[in-house]
Design a protein around this ligand. Structure first.
Ligand code: PEP
Ligand code: MN
Length: 341
C-alpha cells in the first residue's frame, strides 16, 4: 500500500500517517520527492487492507491511497495507471512514438563518433549512444576514453543536433557524466549497484536502466524502484537479453516477452537492445522490427562506421548500410503498427 501526500504536506501530517501505520505493527517507509509518499513494504493481512485504506485516506493532507500487490511500488501500474513519458529535450519516450538510439559501442575518437552521428541522424535516430567508460570482462580490453570521451560526446551531440546517452559505472562519477550527456545509462552489469542507482536517482537526469543478464523481472523493477524513490520519475527500462542456454550462435537470449510483461506491470517506457540481445549484427534488424511490432517504445542499436575496426563489440555493430536499410524498413513498418518514428 502507498499513501501519497498532498503537495506541501507538513512534517506533522506525514508523521501522523506514519504513526497510524505503525499502530498496526506495520513498517512505514517515507519516500521523499516533490510529493511525499509513504509506502508499507510488508504484506498487509487481507482482512486489514480495506479498513486501513479507509483510515489512511481520511487523515489530513492525504491525497491518495493505493493498494499495491507487487514488491515494487512506484514502478507498478497499480500505483500509476498512465504510462510515464520521459522527456529528453524535445524528444518524448513512451508517448506512442518509436525512439531510436544508435551509435558505436565505444567512443573511440572525435572522427569516429562524428562520422557515426552523421549516419545515425540521416537514418532518423534522435539519440546518439556511445560509451566513454566501458564495463569490459577483461581488464586488458579497451576501457574507453573516460572524460575525453564525454567531451567528444558532448561536442558531437551538439554539432549533429542529437540527444546523447552514455554509461555511468559508479556512483562517484554520476555528477561528472551528468554534466556531459542527456541520459545516464546504467549497464546490465550495474543493474544492482545500489549506491549507483541512488546517486542516479538524486541527479534527476533521465536514467536508462538495462536489465541484468540474470535478473528476473521483479529484480529489474526493484532496481528501477531505487531510482524512482529518490524522487526521479525519469526511468527508461531496457531489455538487452538474458543469459543464453547456448552461446554458440547468439551472445544473449533477447527476452522479447519481457517487454509485454514490463508494459503490463509497469508504467515505465521500455526500449529493446537487439545488439547486445543477439550479439550478431545481421540478426539485429529483424529483432528491431519485432520490438516495434510488440509495442516497445524504441530500440538502442550499435552501429560503427567500420565495424571491423571497432575497439569493442564489432561483431554486433551494424554496418552503416545495414543501419540505413533497417531504418527504412522500420519506417515502412511503423505505418502498419501506428508507431511514428
Ligand atoms: C553497452 O551498451 O555497450 C553495454 C555495455 O551494454 P550492457 O550493459 O547491456 O552489456
Ligand atoms: Mn556494447
Amino acid at each position: 500500500m502507498i499513501v501519497l501526500m498532498q503537495f506541501g504536506a507538513t512534517e506533522e501530517q506525514i508523521q501522523g500517517v506514519v504513526a497510524a501505520i505503525e499502530s498496526y505493527d506495520l513498517e512505514a517507509l517515507v519516500l521523499p520527492g516533490d510529493r511525499v509518499a509513504i509506502g508499507i513494504p510488508s504484506a498487509i493481512p487481507q482482512d486489514l487492507r480495506d479498513t486501513l485504506e479507509n483510515i489512511l485516506a481520511g487523515l489530513p493532507a492525504v491525497s491518495k491511497v493505493t493498494q499495491v500487490s507487487r514488491p515494487y511500488k512506484l514502478a507498478s501500474r497499480e500505483w500509476q495507471r498512465e504510462s510515464t513519458v520521459v522527456e529528453i529535450g524535445g524528444e518524448k519516450i513512451g508517448a506512442g512514438a518509436f525512439t531510436v538510439m544508435a551509435g558505436p559501442c565505444s567512443i573511440e575518437s572525435y572522427e569516429q563518433l562524428s562520422a557515426s552521428a552523421k549516419i545515425v541522424k540521416e537514418g532518423g535516430a534522435t539519440i546518439l549512444r556511445g560509451g566513454a567508460f566501458k564495463p569490459r570482462t577483461s581488464p586488458y580490453a579497451f576501457q574507453g576514453l573516460a572524460k575525453e570521451g564525454l567531451e567528444i560526446m558532448k561536442q558531437v551531440g551538439q554539432e549533429a543536433g542529437l540527444k546523447t546517452i552514455t554509461e555511468v559505472m559508479s556512483a562517484d562519477l554520476v555528477g561528472l557524466v551528468a554534466e556531459y550527456v542527456d541520459v545516464l545509462q546504467i549497464g546490465a552489469r550495474s543493474m544492482q549497484n545500489f549506491p549507483l542507482l541512488i546517486e542516479a536517482g538524486k541527479s534527476g537526469k533521465p536514467v536508462f536502466l538495462k536489465r541484468g543478464p540474470a535478473a528476473i523481472i521483479d529484480e529489474f523493477l526493484l532496481a528501477a524502484e531505487y531510482v524512482l524513490n529518490q524522487g526521479n520519475p525519469n526511468v527508461i527500462l531496457c531489455e538487452r537479453g538474458v543469459m543464453p542456454l547456448d552461446r554458440s550462435y547468439t551472445r544473449n537470449t533477447l527476452d522479447l516477452a519481457s517487454v509485454l510483461v514490463l508494459k503490463e506491470q509497469s508504467h515505465l517506457p521500455v526500449i529493446v537492445d537487439p545488439s547486445h540481445g543477439t550479439g550478431v549484427a545481421r540478426f539485429v534488424p529483424a529483432m528491431a522490427k519485432a520490438a516495434m511490432i510488440i509495442g516497445a517504445d524504441g530500440i538502442m542499436v550499435e552501429m560503427h562506421p567500420d565495424p571491423k575496426k571497432a575497439l569493442s563489440d564489432g561483431s554486433q555493430a551494424l554496418h552503416p548500410h545495414q543501419y540505413t536499410d533497417m531504418m527504412a524498413e522500420l519506417n515502412r513498418l511503423q505505418s502498419q503498427v501506428s508507431k511514428p518514428l
